[in-house]
Design a protein around this ligand. Sequence first.
Ligand code: GLA
Length: 704
Amino acid sequence: MPVIPVPGRQRTWAALTPATAYVFGVESADDTRVVQHYWGPRLPGAALAEVTAGATAWFVTGFHDPADATELLPVDGGRRWGVPSLQAVYPGGVRSVELSFEQAVEHGPGELELVLRDQVHGLRVGLGVRVHDDTDVIERWTEVTNESGEPVHLLRLDSGAWALPEQAGTRYAGVAGAWGRETRLHRGELPVGETTFTSRTGTTSHRANPWIMIGDAGESGGEVWSIALAWSGSWRLTAQRRPEGDVAVTAGFGHDGLTWPLAPGAALRTPPVLGLHTTGGYGAASRAWHAYARGHVLPTPAEERPVLYNSWEATGFDVTEDGQLALARRAAELGVELFVVDDGWFGARTDDTRGLGDWWPNPDRFPQGLGKLFDGVRDLGMRAGLWVEPEMVNPDSDLYREHPDWTLHYPGRRRDTMRNQLVLNFGRDDVRAWALAWLDGLVTEYGLDYLKWDMNRSFSQAGWAEGGDLLWIEHTLGVYAIMDELRARHPGLRIESCSGGGGRADLGILRRTDQVWTSDNTDARDRQAIQEGFSYLYPASTMSCWVTDGPNPVTGREVPLRYRFHVAMAGTLGIGGDLTRWSEEELAEARELVAAYKEVRPVIQHGELRRLTGTPGVTVSAVQYTLGDRVVVLAYNPYKLDERPPRRLRLEGLDPDAVYEDGAGARRHGAALMHHGLTPASWAPFGPDYRSEMVVLRRVQDGS
Ligand code: GLA
C-alpha cells in the first residue's frame, strides 16, 4: 500500500492501508505545522481531499491554538501549549523550536519522509510514515540531525503524536502491573488532563506496557484506535484529553528529566510508534496486532515453538549435572522438546549474592563443563537451552573486581544494588564486545539452541561519563545489537526475553526474540488475568507459560494439574515443576496433555485468538483459536459458583453454513455453534473448583 499525494491538494498525503487511511499535510496557512487531517476507515480516492478542508482554521483566540492537538510532532515552540513531542534547548538557552517544511522524500512506495528544518539553529527533523500491503498498522518515526556547529540538548524526542478523531471517545484500555502480576488489563475513561504511562526503569517494565487502545468499543464490536511503541528501554506515552475536547497521544523513548546531548553532526532516530485503526472491537484489534507481529516483527513467525522444560522452580540455584539430568529424563518422557538450564550453572553462583558476570561453568558443579549435561539432553531427543543475564554483575564477581567502571555509576554517588547486583553499561563498546564474545563462545561451544536472556533489576544511579543520559537509549540499542549479531551468527538460535518475569515484553524486543517469559507468577488463576492482558497486543506463540508444582510456590494456591495445563496451553506450553516429585498419575496425565497440546499447537500458536467471554480467573471464561478448518476452545471454570454459570458458550468467527465435528464425532453447524453455542462440561453447576476443558472442532463440510 502506498503513501500518495492527495489529489487536488498541495503538500498533503494519504497513507493507505488495506482498510484505513491516514491523511496528513502541511497546514496551508502556516508552513510550520504538519497536521493530521484524518485517521479512520479507508476512503475512496476522490474523497481524500474532502477530509482536509478547513482542518484547523475554525476557532482562534488568544489562548488556544486549534492545531495544537493535531500535529504529527508538536514541538515545544511557538504557539503551542499541549504536550510537546520534541523539546530542545539550543545554544544560549533558546527553547522555541521553529521548524518549517522543506520537502517530502519518498523511500520506496510505502514510505514517505517529511523533512522540516529549524533554519536558524540547523536542526533537521525527519517525520517518517510507512505502510504495508497486508496490515492496517501505520509505522511512524522521527529522526533529528544536528546540522549546526554547536551542541543541541533534547529533552524529549517522541516517535510521533496521533490525534484521535472525535468519534473515538475517551474510553481506553491498557495494561499495568508489578512483579508477579504483569499486564493486568485496565480500562477506563481518560480524565481531562494529561495521563502519562511510563517506565523509568531502563526496561519496558512490569508497571506498564507501551501501548494504549482508545475507542467506545466492546470485545467484538466498535472502532478502536491503538497506539504502540516498539521499544524496550524507558519510555513515555502521554494521552492528553484537553478541556476543549480533543484527545491526542504522543509516545517515545526515555522518560521525564532526561537530557540527550546531540553533538554537531549527530543524529538520533526514534524507535517506531505504531498506529492501528480497526473495527470489530478489542478482539479484532488484538487479532490485527497479532497478524502484524507475525508479518513484520517476529523473527521466526512460521515456526512452532517447542514444548520446553525449565528447571528454575524445581531446583532454584541448586544446579547439578545429576539433578538436571534426572529432570531431563522425566521431561523427555513427557514429550518435552527443549530443556533449559536456568540460573546457578556458572561462576561462583550458588545463590544470588555472587558470581553474576563470570560466565563459565561453575568449576565445582561442572568441572568438565556443560558438555556432558547437554549431550545427555540431546541423547534424550531434546534441544538445549541456557539461562543468561548478560546486562548484570554481582559486586562479588571476578568481572566486577576487574572492571568496576563497567557498571552504571556517578562519581561520588552510591552504587545501590538490587538483588545484590549492578547494571553493566551496554552503551559502552568494550562492554558490548565482551558480552558478544562470551555469548557467542557459549552458543558455539555447546551448540545451544536457546537462550533465556534475563534482566533482573531496574536502573539506578545511571551515570555514564562519556554518554550522559544517552545511556537510556544506547543501553537498549546495545542489547538489540548483541541479540541481532548472535542471531546472525547462529541462525538456529532462539531467544526468550525475560526480565524478572514479564518486565521486557514489547514489539521492539520481539523483533529479535521468539517468546517472552510472561511472569514469575505461575499460579494458574493469576496467570489467566496476566495472559488476558498480554494477549491484547502479543500473539500466543510469544507467551511462555509453564505448568509448575501444586501448591504454587508463589501463591500457595492448589489448582488441579489439568487446569494448570489448560491455562499454560493457551500460549507456548512449558513445564517448570519438580518432575522428580510428580506421582505416576500426574506424569501420565501430563504426558497425555502435552500430546494433546502438540496436536493443536499450530492452531493455538498461529491461529486467530478470540476472547470469548468471562473475566479470566474470576468467572467462567473461554478463549478460542481458529486456523483454517480447525478450532480449539479452552474453557475454564475456576470456582464452584453459587449462581448457575452460563450454560452455553457461543463461538465466534466460524463459517455459519459449514459443519464442524468435535473429537467424539458429534456434528454441529457453524451457525448453531455461534448463535446458540456449545455446552462446556466444565461449566456444569455443582462440581469442584477449577474445572477446565479443551474442545477441538474441525470443519468437515463446507457450507456452499
Ligand atoms: C528471574 C526469572 C526467573 C529465573 C530467575 C533466576 O526472576 O524471571 O524465571 O530465571 O530470574 O534467577
